[in-house]
Design a protein around this ligand. Structure first.
Ligand SMILES: Nc1ncnc2c1ncn2[C@@H]1O[C@H](COP(=O)(O)OP(=O)(O)OP(=O)(O)O)[C@@H](O)[C@H]1O
Length: 263
């Protein structure tokens, strides 16, 4: 197993290569006796042009970390630096603009607008952000994701895998700084899931995008360049160039640790 020690014990990564990073980030839900520490002084950096998967047992803080990194929830303490900006200092209005212009989202349930065609769904974020759609970039996305002959279809006329490909093209349409994908294959059969994961990987390799994906599935995580493991709200290790086997071994090691702590 190639699990390495948690950051930040490695060499410091330069700001210019980091798409988004958490600095001493903590999140506590509730107060007093019912307080739950979901994130406990997390330091982690997600590099530009890299596909990273976040894994860990249920309740380890994966969704909380992703929500804080994406500016969807506020931290108890610490910082989130996205594209060089500390987003924990932004007002709600500034955060809304930042999310619209610099962040892309891919959800388990696709979240396409049912009354719009695939093409209209893909162009929507640019229209909402009031930025000119770059036709050459949209063309490249449509071809890369094999959607050319599906552009006039509405979501209900598309398969689950095709809907998710539209959702990925939509997330990429504004050339965001980073894309967050939350269990993007959770609603797909294994063949469509594998296809969607290949497209996510191509977005990184061929289009130089940055993806952070939360998943429970070791086979899905193995499509990433790197896996960040969470346990009990802390970074428990990272795996570079993961395989399904190395990810499973990493999860097993975490469970072993949890059992020891429980004893
Ligand atoms: N709104 C909330 N109020 C109180 N506690 C919360 C809230 N959201 C999450 N938690 C708690 O914070 C911890 C981390 O939750 P989180 O959803 O981030 O974990 P996760 O790793 O994404 O879990 P799963 O894999 O089950 O989705 C858990 O103990 C959870 O119960």
């Amino acid at each position: 197993m190639s699990m390495t020690s948690p950051e930040p014990s490695g060499p410091p990564r330069s700001e210019s290569t980091s798409a988004v990073r958490a600095v001493d980030l903590s999140k506590i839900y509730g107060e007093g006796e019912v307080a739950v520490t979901a994130l406990d002084h997390v330091d982690v950096s997600f590099e530009r042009g890299v596909f990273t998967a976040i894994m860990g047992p249920s309740g380890s803080g994966k969704s909380t970390l992703m929500h804080l990194l994406a500016g969807l929830d506020t931290a108890t303490s610490g910082q989130v630096i996205l594209g060089g900006v500390d987003i924990t200092t932004l007002t709600d209005k500034q955060l809304t603009i930042l999310r619209r212009e610099r962040v892309g989202f891919v959800f388990q349930s696709f979240n396409l607008l049912p009354m719009f065609t695939a093409e209209q769904n893909i162009a929507l974020p640019s229209e909402l952000a009031n930025t000119a759609v770059d036709p050459a970039w949209l063309d490249l996305l449509v071809d890369t994701f094999g959607l050319r002959d599906r552009l006039s279809h509405k979501p209900h006329q598309l398969s689950g895998g095709q809907q998710q490909r539209v959702a990925i093209a939509r997330a990429l349409s504004t050339r965001p700084h980073v894309i967050f994908a939350d269990e993007p294959t959770g609603n797909l059969d294994s063949r469509s899931g594998a296809e969607v994961l290949s497209f996510l990987r191509r977005s990184v390799r061929e289009l130089n995008q940055t993806i952070v994906m939360v998943t429970h599935d070791p086979a899905a995580a193995a499509y990433a360049d790197r896996v960040v493991m969470l346990a009990d709200g802390r970074i428990a290790g990272t795996i570079d160039d993961p395989t399904p086997e190395s990810v499973l071994a990493g999860l097993d090691a975490l469970r072993g640790l949890e059992t020891q702590v429980a004893r």
